[in-house]
Design a protein around this ligand. Structure first.
Ligand SMILES: C[S@@+](CC[C@H](N)C(=O)[O-])C[C@H]1O[C@@H](n2cnc3c(N)ncnc32)[C@H](O)[C@@H]1O
Length: 250
């Protein structure tokens, strides 16, 4: 591993697995499992193991996107992995694609997309949120995700690039829809994510006015199973509603 690289340290205890995100440096990492000298990581590769001074063994791994979802610094509420999966599957996102995303928030969706596609350009209206996202993206080791600070409703008219997929997770997505045909590749997709049905109706009306669009709106319900010695059944807690996803093709 190189200096400055983000590393996931995972260890298994009797109770549960534990994990920590660290940065390769000359510092020490302290936890209830003891001290690890982080420069030792420069002699290790992903898949190796490292021991704390108390003898606790850790797996050394490169963080993947679900790890970044758990450990990235949060600003705006991120899109959940289940909904990101839907976006990727329904648009067929692939390594040649160029994506426009707004708003960036913590950059969770932008990072997931950046780990798959050629390039992501993402707009965030709040400068401090844009900085948090840039930091998260750098920690994820992604150099193909560009965070631009600005209001996408105004900035979209100035954009020169064309995009295979556009993802919108802003309260004003319905104001952006009438402007996106110019920057969307023929056959490209626009995806909107809205927590409320009223926002979704506004988006669908904006599509009707600026169409034709081939559009569907879906909600993805995730139901984890609870597995114990007493029996197996759907869990009684967990995530309920997150958002409505509208996927439309030009
Ligand atoms: C719910 S968060 C987005 C979370 C993000 N999709 C993620 O997965 O981390 C919405 C973000 O959009 C930003 N935003 C709202 N309106 C915007 C606009 N018109 N242009 C750019 N960003 C905007 C907000 O500041 C907020 O950070």
């Amino acid at each position: 591993m190189k200096y400055g690289e983000t590393v996931l340290l995972r260890t298994f205890t009797k109770e549960k697995p534990r994990e920590f995100i660290v940065c390769v440096s000359e510092n020490e990492f302290h936890s209830d499992f003891g001290v690890i000298k982080l420069e030792q990581l420069t002699e290790l590769s992903a898949g190796d193991t490292i021991f704390s001074h108390k003898g606790q063994q850790f797996l050394v791994q490169k963080p993947r996107m679900p790890d970044m979802f758990r450990h990235a610094q949060r600003s705006g509420a991120p899109i959940m992995p289940k909904d990101i999966g839907i976006i990727i599957a329904y648009t067929g996102l692939c390594k040649n694609d160029v994506v426009l995303d707004a708003g960036t928030g913590s950059g969770i969706l932008a990072m997931y997309l950046g780990s798959i596609v050629k390039k992501v350009i993402t707009y965030e209206v709040k400068a401090n949120f844009a900085d948090i996202a840039r930091n998260n993206i750098a920690k994820a080791g992604l150099d193909n995700v560009e965070v631009r600070c600005g209001n996408i409703v105004e900035e979209i008219d100035k954009i020169d690039e064309k995009f295979d997929v556009i993802t919108l997770d802003t309260i004003d997505s319905h104001e952006i829809i009438p402007k996106i045909r110019r920057v969307l590749m023929p056959g490209g997709f626009v995806v909107t994510y809205s927590p409320f049905i009223e926002q979704t109706i506004e988006i669908r009306k904006a599509m009707d006015r600026s169409g034709p669009w081939d559009a569907i709106t879906i909600e993805c319900i995730e139901r984890p199973l609870s597995i114990s010695e007493r029996g197996t059944r759907p869990g009684t807690g967990g995530v309920g509603h997150t958002g409505y996803i509208t996927i439309a093709r030009m």
